[in-house]
Design a protein around this ligand. Structure first.
Ligand code: FVH
Length: 292
């Protein structure tokens, strides 16, 4: 098991990579940092990090190599030429990506004797090293994850989700899907209320209270319906929502707003009712999102 102040290297010092490296330094882990644009190492060096001139220098400095770049394409282009240097080390990739990309990177790593752990950060940079943050991890070598868990715990709470390397990305994208759905609803709600000049700060408390209250019931109801296969509801059925939904899209039109974000929901509701699911609740919609 890694000591509580085991060293680590961080490749990629954007907003998130900088927050991660800073958290390691503050927790007492000797930290080597590298970034394509070298000037970004400055603030971390001031905190005590060791700068590396090249990615290879950072990789060979430590057994644990944490990577946080923009995309997994950039991760591949950075790591592939360094396969030899990475052999025998552990890569923890905290770059946002798809389950398929994580599995491909894991296969590539395994073929080169590299331990690969994929991660999904459930936090913005300012939340790193606070109790509100957690990071999802998955990979074939759970023992390697457990060995590095004390170091990774300096970044955020650690949640291991399984030995399939794609699982962390799957959980990450699923959770972010919920967030983006809410963001779309919030954007449209402010556009609609704002179309009559209602101040956003006046509307915000109402919107927060409503969205939070509805989220609890919607998530619990959808999970229950999907788990039991019982989609019938006496709360808010799809036929009623289908009938009400034109009010939303025509109000958006009348108030000079675009309907692009929400028009697809009308299609989904129409399809549900056409297929005989009018008495069901929203849990039914999940099933209609599967391609035939
Ligand atoms: N910031 C956030 O709120 C979210 C929270 C959840 C997780 N995401 C994901 O984290 C990854 C990094 O995000 P970031 O916020 O640090 O992004 P940037 O500040 O834009 O920094 C990007 C770094 O990636 C380096 N980079 C890009 N391409 C390459 C490449 N081909 N080779 C080497 N490095 C590359 C870039 O270097 P430079 O432009 O400074 O030279 C930055 O260090 C991301 O997956 C989020 O989705 C963040």
């Amino acid at each position: 098991m890694a000591s509580t102040t085991a060293p680590a290297s961080v490749l990629g010092l954007g907003l998130m990579g900088t927050a991660l490296a800073s958290a390691l330094i503050k927790a007492g882990h000797p930290t080597t940092v590298w970034n394509r644009t070298r000037s970004k190492t400055g603030p971390l060096v001031a905190q005590g990090a060791t700068p590396a001139d090249t990615a290879r220098e950072a990789i060979t400095a430590n057994e644990l190599v944490i990577v946080c770049l923009t995309t997994n394409d950039s991760v591949r282009s950075l790591l592939e030429p360094e396969a030899e240097a990475l052999a025998g080390r552990t890569v923890v990739n905290l770059t946002n990506g798809t389950p398929g990309q994580a599995r491909e990177l894991a296969d590539w790593a395994a073929a080169h004797g590299i331990t690969y752990i994929d991660g999904g950060i459930m936090a913005v940079p300012q939340m790193i090293a606070t109790p509100a943050a957690y990071i999802l991890y998955s990979g074939t070598d759970e023992a390697a994850f457990e060995a590095h868990r004390p170091t990774l715990a300096a970044l955020a709470d650690t949640k291991w989700v399984g030995k399939d390397p794609g699982l962390a990305a799957l959980y990450d994208l699923s959770l972010l899907t919920g967030m983006y759905g809410t963001a779309m609803g919030v954007a449209q709600a402010f556009a609609l209320i704002g179309s009559e000049g209602i101040p956003p700060l006046e509307f915000a408390p109402l919107l927060t209270e409503w969205v939070v209250a509805m989220a609890h019931g919607n998530i619990a109801g959808a999970a229950e319906g999907l788990a039991t296969g019982q989609h019938l509801t006496d709360v808010s059925n799809l036929a009623m929502n289908k009938a009400a939904f034109p009010n939303f899209t025509s109000a958006y039109e009348a108030q000079g707003l675009r309907t692009d974000l929400f028009a697809p929901l009308q299609d989904l509701l129409d399809r549900a009712v056409e297929q005989g699911h009018g008495e069901d609740g929203f849990s039914r919609l999940t099933l209609l999102l599967k391609k035939d």
